[in-house]
Write a protein of this length. Structure first.
Length: 291
């Protein structure tokens, strides 16, 4: 069986340093800040990003260029026989569609996975792909397995501010004004495709209760078959608020002690649209193919 490389991008939350430890390659996501281009974890740190956000800089997300993708593919194929590329969900970015188009020129050696993940759930897909490759699966088999289980994950996020949803046109200025006046903390969800509204909470404590209940409901229904055997990954993510996130992580671990646990900062591509101070809870299934 040929050697299979695993490629992802910085939306997975995997840093350049961590990528070397894990034996995977990470393409840094590009950003434009006040007209200047930056690359996540290359010349743009989490701290710098939130400082620029606080200064109300004009920040927009972009996707890796076709040339950057080709360079990454070509570099890996010098050492490996084929590769699996896991970009962020096609519902949140055009990267997956672009990568699929580029991959067509590689005679099946490049398999692009559209498994509808982002942040901590996307990271788990990368780890799963790495383990599947280690067990001798081909790039095409890894793609098939990850896409087969693509809807078996769930994310709930609460925000500190509606400013960035308003800025991105996801809510109207009037709705943002009313929400701010009433001190509402929206709870959003990602169930595969897109970032959608889930609930409105009066304050963050209430939002946390809503998210924990929503996750428990998912474990009791959508994921019951896996959850009863403890075969779920439980995850937490946050945007620029590590101390608050540590408290949230402790509460999540206390509520769901039967599952393994991981916490990461949110991908900056998501943080760009929701702002500083977000907290998220996420879960994804253990792949039956790795039992």
């Amino acid at each position: 069986m040929g050697k299979v490389a695993i490629l992802t991008d910085s939306n997975s939350g995997i840093t350049q340093a961590q990528s070397k430890e894990l034996g995977v390659k990470v393409i840094p996501m590009p950003f434009f800040i006040d007209g200047e281009q930056y690359f996540e974890d290359i010349n743009l740190t989490q701290e710098e990003f939130y400082e620029k956000l606080k200064q109300d800089a004009d920040i927009s997300t972009s996707q890796p260029s076709i040339g950057e993708m080709q360079d990454a593919f070509d570099e890996l194929l010098k050492e490996y026989d084929e590769l699996v590329y896991i970009p962020m969900s096609s519902g949140l970015s055009g990267t997956c569609q672009t990568a699929t188009m580029v991959a067509d020129d590689y005679d099946g050696k490049v398999q692009v996975v559209n498994n509808q993940r982002i942040s901590v759930t996307m990271r788990q897909s990368v780890l799963d792909a790495k383990e599947l490759a280690k067990r001798g699966k081909s790039a095409a088999e890894i793609k098939e397995i990850l896409e087969k289980h693509k809807m078996e994950s769930s994310i709930y996020i609460t925000l500190d501010t509606l400013k960035y949803l308003k800025k991105g046109g996801r809510i109207t200025p009037a709705a943002a004004a009313i929400g701010t006046m009433l001190k509402l903390n929206p709870v959003l969800q990602i169930q595969g495709e897109k970032l959608d509204a889930f609930a409105k909470a009066r304050g963050k404590a209430s939002a946390k209760k809503i998210m924990l209940k929503a996750m428990q409901d998912d474990l009791d229904t959508r994921f019951a078959e896996f959850a009863k055997d403890g075969k779920m990954h439980m995850e937490v993510a946050y945007s620029g608020n590590p101390e608050e996130a540590e408290e949230w992580a402790a509460l999540v671990k206390e509520t769901f002690p039967q599952f393994d646990f991981h916490m990461d900062p949110l991908s900056l591509s998501v943080a760009c649209h929701i702002g500083h101070g977000a907290l998220a809870i996420a879960t994804s299934v253990y792949l039956p193919e790795l039992d």
